[in-house]
Design a protein around this ligand. Structure first.
Ligand code: AMP
Ligand code: MG
Length: 470
């Protein structure tokens, strides 16, 4: 029997990695006390990563650890700033969350448990520090979907409904409340470094950078003279890769402020995100993004701009020349990653020499026809058969694709298949299934799941959607 009873979550091996960096980076905060704790989502798929199995963890363990916040301390509200819609904001920071703890996974990597909706902190700026239940539900669905199709993303470990009435401008109010646990590689953001530059503490930038390289870029030798420029090169590469994954997934993050950009190159923080219904470059997810700054098509450009802004704090350590050289690679990395990500969706990555033209023609047809983006990939993966090698006209013959826009595509896809042996069909189908979801997470789907919860407290559609996504 340990101090924390038999709750497996309270007995994990927490490592005070960030805590040991010192108080310049965070404030210790208490967790809010909630009137109710109803477990609405537990992510059993994450338990093996923590060395746990579903049958040793009961709902009460989740509630005690991640709703009542018993046992593990201290909780750290992380300090950060950031560029929001292009404007520098020095009043950010964990305003409704904190770093609950850091845990070593069975894969040897360090993971953060971060909260969202756990109450006020010194950074709440008059906000209530809470998360709406709908916001929690939406983040669970985004993370599970993105993870399912191979995007490097944070996940939600739990969502507990907390029995409060919240008022929000963007939801019919009063609306229900929740607290979420997010498991991610790190909650250190570009904005964490931007703050240290703003308060003129290059010493703290260097200390944090050493920490980041040591834990999240372990392939780089901290003793080598060029370790810092290698770090930035790798950061550029990781973000180009991530952006390509979002674009291929048809995912519009919605709020690509620098406080939502992870220093590890992982995707996280899903607020007003949306998946594109059709290929519309100007599709914009956040209703408050009046200038369409974070429109779908702008994501590669914006991520590059954010990487460029990060050069200011990094210039205290890395020469401007090597930062610039590294950033100049972004477009090439992005383009080739995007081509590969699209080829995966088409089932052809690694099977053909040069897929640029096929990807271009696919996008052109999706754009001109405005055929539903996700439905197109669902149809190729469910309809493909050996006959496609024999007769071009059978390709997607059961789909309602307007011939005028799809003729070229069909021809090119046929020619591409002809270069591959029909014996590869299993590999093609395998790729298609790995990188496409059979359940598109479009707004109407999310809204109908939410309606059932809001109107009848019926969680069945939500649970069914989660299992279908998986
Ligand atoms: P986000 O839009 O979630 O990335 O948050 C941007 C900033 O606003 C962060 O500093 C958040 O902690 C803060 N924030 C967002 N919502 C709230 C809230 N309800 N209460 C306090 N702070 C909040
Ligand atoms: Mg955020």
């Amino acid at each position: 029997m340990t101090l924390n009873g038999d709750n497996p979550f309270l007995n994990l091996n927490y490592e005070p990695a960030l805590e040991n960096l010192g108080e310049d980076y965070y404030d210790q905060v208490p967790a809010a006390e909630f009137p109710q704790h109803i477990l609405r989502f537990r992510n059993d798929n994450l338990l093996p990563k923590l060395g746990l199995s579903s049958n040793c963890v009961n709902d009460n363990h989740f509630i005690e650890a991640f709703g009542k916040f018993k046992g593990v301390r201290p909780f750290l509200a992380l300090r950060y700033h950031g560029y929001q819609f292009g404007e520098y904001n020095p009043f950010l920071g964990d305003g409704r969350g904190f770093l609950y703890g850091q845990v070593r996974g069975v894969d040897g990597e360090l993971y953060d448990f971060g909260t969202k909706g756990s109450g006020q902190t010194p950074y709440s700026r008059g906000g209530d520090g809470k998360l709406t239940l709908k916001g929690g539900v939406r983040e669970v669905l985004a993370a599970e979907t993105l993870h399912r199709i191979g995007v490097k993303t944070s996940r939600c470990l739990s969502l507990v409904e907390t029995g409060e009435a919240l008022w929000r401008g963007d939801e019919p109010s009063p609306t229900r409340s929740s607290v979420m646990i997010r498991m991610s590689r790190s909650h250190i953001r570009f904005g964490t470094f931007e703050r240290l530059y703003y308060i003129k503490r290059p010493d703290l930038i260097k200390k944090l950078l050493d920490f980041v390289i040591n834990i999240y870029y372990s392939e780089i030798d901290l003793h080598s003279s060029d370790c810092y420029s290698l770090f930035y090169q790798e950061l550029v590469k990781r973000h180009a890769q991530l952006t390509a994954q979002w674009m291929a997934a048809g995912f519009c993050h919605g709020v690509l402020n620098t406080d939502n950009m992870s220093i590890t190159g992982e995707s996280f923080d899903y607020g007003p995100y949306a998946f594109i219904p059709t290929y519309d470059p100007n599709f914009t997810a956040a209703y408050f993004d009046y200038g369409k700054r974070y429109a779908y098509k702008n994501q590669p450009l914006i991520v590059r701009v954010n990487l460029e802004m990060l050069q200011l704090p990094l210039m205290t350590i890395i020469s401007p020349g090597s930062l610039e050289t590294a950033l100049n690679n972004f477009d090439d990395y992005y383009q080739s990653a995007y081509t590969q990500e699209m080829l995966k969706k088409l089932g052809l990555s690694g099977l053909i020499e040069n897929g640029n033209e096929l990807v271009e023609v696919t996008i052109d047809a999706l754009k001109k026809s405005q055929f539903p983006y996700h439905q197109f990939f669902i149809e190729i993966m469910t309809q493909i058969n050996q006959g496609w090698w024999e007769d071009e006209s059978t390709i997607l013959e059961n789909s309602n694709l307007p011939e005028i826009h799809w003729k070229n595509w069909r021809k090119l896809y046929y020619q591409t298949l002809r270069k591959i042996s029909p014996d590869e069909i299993d590999e093609i189908i395998k790729q298609m299934n790995e990188f496409n979801s059979k359940v598109p997470l479009l707004r109407p789907q999310i809204e109908s799941v939410w309606e059932a919860i809001a109107n009848e407290n019926n969680w069945q559609p939500f649970n069914e959607l989660v299992s279908k996504i998986r």
